[in-house]
Every structure is written in structure tokens, then in C-alpha cells.
Design a binder for this molecule. Structure first.
Ligand SMILES: NC(=O)c1ccc[n+]([C@@H]2O[C@H](COP(=O)([O-])OP(=O)(O)OC[C@H]3O[C@@H](n4cnc5c(N)ncnc54)[C@H](O)[C@@H]3O)[C@@H](O)[C@H]2O)c1
Length: 266
């Protein structure tokens, strides 16, 4: 992405950076001048992201967002290497689709741990490093939590996922309010359907005859539900993250930004 925002001197941590929106967000933030901390539970995807970052300054962390201990260790590594953190993108997440009646509580609890507990722990862990950035002269710091339009509207068989993404929205607003006078901003991005690896391990949806619907047919049907007539790409979301990360968004906190090709308009 061309240079739109001034992130020189800032340090950004993107979780779930080994794929999809997280990877593209990390590369975009680096394009805007930030030094990157990229973390993921998947070492293969993470190494690919690190290689795409090339010789731009970055730190790679093997990191499970559900582990408080790994958050603490990660923050210690960042402290040693950069002595500050200006931007946290709580992006790592999973989405499991299943009919509500066939969804045991564990399905909600698993998504709750990865999609919500992670955001809670991540924000708490980041605060001391963000205060260090401001003590070193930064005008502010920015937390960007990736929710979803399915935290706002219903989708096909996403009850548990929707519950977690609704929680991310509420949590983000509450923390934004509490931190408003500290200079640390908290905002939420709500992507609509974006073509990534999310849900790549789903069972294929079935048609009325019980036969699996081929993936290209299912994707075309989904795209047809979007007023713009196409699914989103990670590159449709990343510039919004870069904007919220920058000092251009200095007066924006507790806000929500939908990027969905008009999916939730009607
Ligand atoms: N793709 C979409 O349609 C869409 C829409 C709305 C919101 N989102 C949200 O965007 C975020 C990124 O998803 P994506 O679409 O890029 O999916 P993705 O599957 O391509 O990437 C998610 C990344 O998170 C990582 N991850 C999963 N569990 C983890 C854990 N416990 N610890 C650390 N990393 C973990 C995965 O390894 C993967 O690299 C998620 O929070 C997702 O809910 C995606």
C-alpha cells in the first residue's frame, strides 16, 4: 500500500498474523513505517509472514492468544527488543459454523477463549508497554480489536461465533471509555465476509438434496448476498486498521467501523 499514514517509530503487535487479515494488516502497517511484532499459533503461516516482511524490522513470536503466560512472555520479549508498544491488533480468531441445536456449550467456550478472552488478556498485557511508548514521547497508543458483522447481525448457523464477536464489541467500548483520558484508544473493526482461511476446515454446506455444495458455488452464492457483488479481500480491511493505528485517528475511540461491501446495509 502506498504511504498514507505516518507510523515511523511506532511498534505494532498483530496477533494471528500468519494468515488472512492479520498477515495483510501486518504488511500494511510495515508499509506505513511501523516496526512489527507478528505472532500466531501456526508456525508455518507465521514464518511466511515474517519472510514477506523481509528486512523490515520485525519480531516473530510463537503465541497462543488463549495463554496468559504466552502474552506475558511476548510482552517481555517486546520490552527487551523495542521497549515500547504503540499499536495492538487483536486479530487472531476462529469461526465455527454449526446449527444452534447441534452446538454443544464447548463450541461456544472454545470460540470464547480464542475470540474474546484473548482480547481481554491482550489489552491488559499491552497497557504497560503502551504507557512506556507515551513516556518516550508518543502522542497516544491504539488498540484495534477485530470483531465481525456477525457480532451485529445474524448469519447462517453462527450463534456461538456471533456471541463472541458481540462480546468483543461491548468489551472494546467499555475499555475505550475507561482509558479515554490515558491517550490509549480502543476501536473495533467489523469485517463482512472476507476470503481468507477462516472456516477452511468446515464441512462443505449441503444443498436441499443433502449433497455437498461445491466450494465455488457456495462462494458465489455468498458473494451474491453482498450488495457490491463480491466477497471482501484482506486488503479491503487492512488500510482501515492502519488508519486507526495512526495519529490521524487521535480523536477516535470506542468506535466501530464496518467494512462489508454493504452486507449489513439492508
Ligand atoms: N474472514 C472473514 O470473513 C472475517 C469476517 C469478519 C471477521 N473476521 C475476523 O478476522 C480475524 C482474522 O481472521 P481471518 O479471516 O484472517 O482468518 P484466518 O484463518 O485466515 O487467520 C486467522 C489466524 O489466527 C490464527 N489463530 C487461530 N487461533 C489462534 C490462537 N489460539 N492463537 C494465536 N493465533 C491463532 C490462525 O492460525 C490464523 O493464522 C478473526 O478474528 C476473524 O473472526 C474474519
Amino acid at each position: 500500500m502506498s504511504r498514507l499514514f505516518q507510523l515511523d517509530g511506532k511498534v505494532a503487535w498483530v496477533t494471528g498474523a500468519g494468515s488472512g487479515i492479520g498477515r495483510t494488516a501486518a504488511l500494511t502497517l510495515a508499509d506505513q513505517g511501523a516496526a512489527l511484532v507478528v505472532s500466531d499459533i501456526n508456525p508455518v503461516g507465521l514464518a511466511e509472514t515474517a519472510s514477506l516482511l523481509g528486512d523490515r524490522p520485525h519480531l516473530m513470536l510463537a503465541h497462543d492468544v488463549t495463554s496468559q503466560e504466552q502474552w506475558t512472555d511476548g510482552a517481555a520479549r517486546i520490552g527487551e527488543r523495542f521497549d515500547r508498544l504503540d499499536i495492538l491488533v487483536n486479530n487472531a480468531g476462529i469461526m465455527v459454523s454449526r446449527p444452534f441445536e447441534l452446538s454443544p456449550l464447548e463450541l461456544l467456550q472454545r470460540q470464547q477463549r480464542i475470540n474474546v478472552d484473548s482480547v481481554y488478556i491482550g489489552m491488559q498485557t499491552a497497557l504497560p508497554l503502551m504507557r512506556q511508548a507515551m513516556a518516550a514521547g508518543a502522542a497516544g497508543a491504539s488498540i484495534i480489536n477485530i470483531a465481525s458483522v456477525y457480532g451485529m447481525v445474524a448469519g447462517a448457523q453462527f450463534a456461538a461465533y456471533s456471541a463472541t464477536k458481540g462480546a468483543v464489541r461491548a468489551l472494546s467500548r467499555a475499555v475505550a471509555f475507561e482509558l479515554a483520558r490515558t491517550g490509549i484508544r480502543v476501536n473495533c473493526v467489523l469485517p463482512g465476509p472476507v476470503q481468507t482461511n477462516l472456516g477452511a476446515d468446515w464441512e462443505p454446506p449441503k444443498g436441499p438434496d443433502g449433497a455437498p455444495i461445491p466450494p465455488d458455488v457456495a462462494l458465489a452464492a455468498w458473494a451474491a448476498m453482498i450488495p457490491m457483488g463480491r466477497l471482501g479481500q484482506a486488503q479491503d480491511i487492512a488500510p482501515l486498521i492502519a488508519f486507526l493505528a495512526s495519529d490521524n485517528a487521535a480523536f477516535i475511540t470506542g468506535a466501530e467501523f464496518v467494512a462489508d461491501g454493504g452486507y449489513t446495509v439492508a
